[in-house]
Write a protein that binds this ligand. Structure first.
Ligand code: BES
Ligand code: MN
Ligand code: ZN
Length: 497
């Protein structure tokens, strides 16, 4: 899809002409008046009949019946002008792209309301690229979409001519890069587990790294064992699809003293059957999404490779498949770990914290200023916060505030949770240094407390993304399924450093 910048005029040669409007714009907007004139007054009539006031998320579609080149004019409300941020713009642009998809449009015009500054263009480019996302790889025949969005012109109003500046082009390209990183993460989550094995996930990580000139190292089962990642190995033992450990490095070109180093760590369970403590059948298929943390970690590296922030970023993924088998790990087993601590297995369905323990111990050795892990870790997190909000844990007040501020700006819901020390008692084992699960109550917190055992003295954020990573309903920015949640907030945080 090609995104360009141009003028907004009712004569635009497109299939769908979408107009972003704040509530204040409705009375005297020149573009609205020009469109109304071209449509012989039917637009204003429709606005009145439909009581369209430009409220946030409100839309009004009017067919043009040949009076303009576009088949349809779509008005999209942004709410009160003073409250329009990148979040509203992104969602409105995504809405336009969704309608374009549904209409089988190949050309979309999106009339912006601002002056085309970098933030506005980036949000609009992100929005259209996210909104037109569909996962159609496995559809055949009539189920395959016949058309897809080929070009989007972002239009400015109230100016005589538009020639995109380098900064404007850069903003659009940045928006496209971020959206394609999120769409990559969505693809990985939506991919069926028979196709997306740990090895296949590692192949994608390898390709992403190579495409952006990043260093990548991938360990197979033998190397994982040789390096002492005993917990990752244990979780992967029950599957004939061998585990993988992935490490991608991004280092900014110019040397700078005191530049922050961040490790982004992702849980990569390409399928979680629960292992011997097998999950009930209903919903088990959704556990193909148990690699969403890994997907966003790899996706984020694609964006970072394109945006080139002035931060050193390491992406670390522990990928495995949790299956029941004659060789599978069992409750009662005791394993060592990369960190050296021994762990008594209680429930083989609490596999995420085990693979992450080894990944965090690896991350710690890189001596980062911050470790950020993302994991679809617990069902308890869903019980606590629902499907749209991630549980956020952090052992540093300043970083916590900065990260949550960034998440808010990015429009990703995160809620800070307490690391309740009392609950740590549940992880005491009679035979090993640690049990890996404790009491059922406080499940998300206990998962976080277990992870904390492996971060040493590092500053750390743990995001339990069991809710927002994979949705059974459409969202403002995309369809059902994988969401790519987490990337926007992480990038926003890097931006704030
Ligand atoms: N991957 C699941 C958590 C999950 C559940 C993510 C639902 C998304 C939706 C995780 O591996 C798991 O099974 N956790 C157990 C932990 C328990 C055994 C301590 C859980 O939440 O039941
Ligand atoms: Mn599990
Ligand atoms: Zn899991």
């Amino acid at each position: 899809m090609k995104i360009t910048l141009g003028l907004s005029g009712s004569d635009a040669e497109v299939d769908l002409f979408a107009v972003l409007l704040a509530e204040e714009d409705l009375a005297g907007d020149t573009l609205l008046n020009a469109l109304d004139e071209a449509l012989s007054g039917t637009l204003r009539t429709a606005i009145k009949d439909d009581e369209f006031t430009g409220k946030r998320d409100a839309t009004l579609a009017v067919m043009t019946y040949g009076k303009t080149p576009a088949r349809k004019v779509l008005l999209i409300g942004l709410g009160p002008a003073a409250k329009v941020t990148a979040i509203e713009l992104r969602a409105a642009a995504a809405k336009a792209a969704k309608v374009a998809n549904a209409d089988k449009a190949t050309k979309l015009h999106l009339a912006l309301r601002g002056k085309g500054d970098a933030a506005e263009l980036r949000a609009a480019a992100e929005g259209v690229s996210l909104g037109c996302y569909r996962f159609t790889k496995y559809l055949t025949g009539d189920r395959r979409p016949k058309k897809e969005l080929e070009s989007v012109s972002l239009g400015l109003r109230g100016v005589k001519s538009v020639k995109a500046t380098a900064e404007q082009k850069h903003a659009i390209a940045a928006g496209e890069a971020v959206a394609s990183a999120i769409n990559l993460a969505r693809d990985l989550v939506n991919e069926p587990p028979n196709e997306l094995t740990p090895a296949a996930l590692a192949d994608v990580a390898h390709d992403v790294a190579k495409a952006h000139g990043l260093k990548v190292s991938i360990w197979d089962r033998a190397k994982i064992r040789a390096e002492g990642m005993k917990l990752l190995d244990a979780v992967g033992r029950g599957s004939s699809n061998e585990p993988r450990f992935i490490h991608i490095t991004y280092k900014p070109e110019k040397a700078r003293k005191g530049r922050p180093r961040v490790c982004l760590v992702g849980k990569g369970l390409t399928f979680d059957s629960g292992g011997l403590c097998i999950k009930p059948a209903p919903g088990m298929g959704d556990m193909k999404s148990d690699m969403a943390g890994a997907a966003l970690t790899i996706g984020a590296m694609a964006a970072i490779g394109a945006l080139k922030p002035d931060v050193e970023v390491h992406a670390i993924v522990a990928a495995a498949e949790n299956m029941p088998d004659g060789d599978a790990y069992r409750p009662g087993d005791v394993f060592g770990s990369l960190d050296g601590k021994t762990v008594e297995i209680i429930n083989t369905d609490a596999e995420g914290r085990l693979v992450l323990a080894d990944a965090l111990a690896f991350a710690r050795k890189l001596e980062p200023d911050l470790i950020v892990d993302h994991a679809t870790l617990t069902g308890a997190c869903l019980v606590a916060l629902g499907t749209s909000t991630a549980a956020f844990y952090c052992n540093d007040e300043e970083i916590s505030k900065r990260y949550l501020d960034g998440a808010k700006t990015a429009g990703e819901a995160m809620w800070r949770m307490p690391l309740i020390e009392e609950l740590r008692d549940g992880l005491k084992s009679d035979v090993a240094d640690l049990k890996h699960t404790g009491d059922r109550y406080g499940g998300s917190i206990i998962g976080a407390l277990f992870l904390r055992e492996f971060i040493g003295d590092r500053k750390w954020i743990h995001l339990d993304i069991a809710g927002p990573a994979y949705l059974d309903r459409v969202s403002a920015l995309g369809p059902k399924g994988g969401t790519g949640y987490g990337i926007l907030a992480f990038l926003q945080y890097l931006d704030s450093l």
